[in-house]
Design a protein around this ligand. Structure first.
Ligand SMILES: Nc1nc2c(c(=O)[nH]1)N[C@H]1C(S)=C(S)[C@@H](COP(=O)(O)O)O[C@H]1N2
Ligand SMILES: [Mo]
Length: 326
């Protein structure tokens, strides 16, 4: 199957979405060799050296102070290692390969950086990123992440609820949706020179989804500033949805009355719905979503409805046909 972009360039779907063969030889060997690696606790991981952490001049790096552990964290599951989380990435502006973004993003400039807030707000305004990051106290949130491609991880993010920002920017009552637009900089992002998606990468949420306490802005990981390849300086994380809803390198937040267009949904609307809630009962047209492989594990595990967050979020979708609104 081929996906056609607006520029009429055909890209093999294998490049867009690897199938179950995503466990390539390199990763397979790594997982087999480090079967015991998952037993490292967060403490041990913190002491390892991670050269891929953002180090370039102009990029803040290092520890985030005053992080409170959130009671909304997922508990009882092994964390994936920082090494896995920061070396197995989907970040098409850099590369469609999973391993390349770590290196290609190492000099990515996350300062100066601004985030514009516009659309249905009383006063549209451009904020400095550091003003945004001060809008609420940083919390550690351990979340499951389920990629639409069939793999998953558990990561200790640092961030704050999207609702905390929404409450500070005077959103007009008729706003029903929020759109997140991310950076398009072909100088710094080699993958964005190719028409893989309609750049810039965009994502969106319904207002009540964005206001849900589990939906967060993320700027840290494992106690430190977010690695560039994971979306520095600012991304969103919406743990009951497939991973592609979590736009990286956000530069604009737009409130609207009607459902916004989003990059994956406009590239292949029959494959990637606007809602994209994790749902084992709705197959992707090209593969089943019933199971997933947790990075570092050999056997697949069943995928949970709403990625296991159903108790908290199912009521957002009362009365909706989730097969239609996938
Ligand atoms: N800007 C941007 N954001 C993005 C993507 C992307 O290609 N570009 N990929 C998405 C997909 S498909 C996934 S699974 C997650 C991966 O996040 P991670 O690399 O931190 O695990 O980022 C999402 N956000
Ligand atoms: Mo993904």
């Amino acid at each position: 199957m081929l996906i056609k972009s607006k520029n009429s360039t055909f890209i093999p779907s294998s490049e867009i979405t690897p199938k179950s063969t995503y466990l390539n030889r390199r990763e397979f060997l790594r997982n087999a060799g480090f079967a015991g690696a998952a037993s490292f606790g967060a403490g041990a991981l913190g002491e390892l050296a991670f050269p891929d952490r953002a180090q370039a001049a102009g990029n803040p790096s290092g520890k985030i102070e005053g992080v409170q552990k959130s009671p909304l964290s997922t508990t009882g599951e092994k964390l994936n290692s920082l090494k896995d989380i920061s070396n197995y990435n989907n970040y098409y502006e850099f590369s469609t390969d999973k391993y390349e973004p770590a290196d290609l993003a190492k000099n990515f400039k996350t300062r100066p950086w601004t985030v514009s807030i516009d659309g249905l707000v009383k006063k549209p305004k451009i904020y400095d990123i550091d003003a945004i990051l001060k809008m609420a106290a940083p919390e550690e949130r351990v979340y499951r992440h389920r990629c639409v491609e069939g793999w998953s991880m558990v990561m200790p993010w640092i961030g704050f609820p999207i609702s905390a920002l929404i409450k500070q920017v005077d959103v007009l009552p008729k706003a029903g949706f929020v759109k997140f637009t991310t950076l398009l900089d072909t100088q710094q992002m080699p993958g964005a020179r190719r028409p893989v998606l309609d750049w810039p990468y965009t994502e969106g949420l319904r207002m009540d989804e964005a206001m849900h306490p589990l939906a967060i802005f993320t700027f840290g990981l494992y106690g430190e500033v977010l690695p560039n390849q994971n979306g520095a300086p600012l991304r969103i994380t919406v743990p009951w949805k497939y991973g592609f809803k979590s736009g990286k390198a956000i530069t604009k937040i737009t409130f609207s009355e009607r459902q916004p267009s989003t990059a994956w949904n406009s590239s292949a609307p029959n494959e990637y719905g606007f809602y994209s809630n994790v749902n084992p009962n709705v197959d992707h047209p090209r593969w089943s979503q019933k199971t997933e492989r947790r990075l570092g594990e050999f056997f697949k595990r069943p995928t949970l409805m709403f990625n296991g967050y159903g108790d908290q979020v199912a009521s957002l979708y009362n009365g909706m046909d989730l097969k239609k609104n996938f």
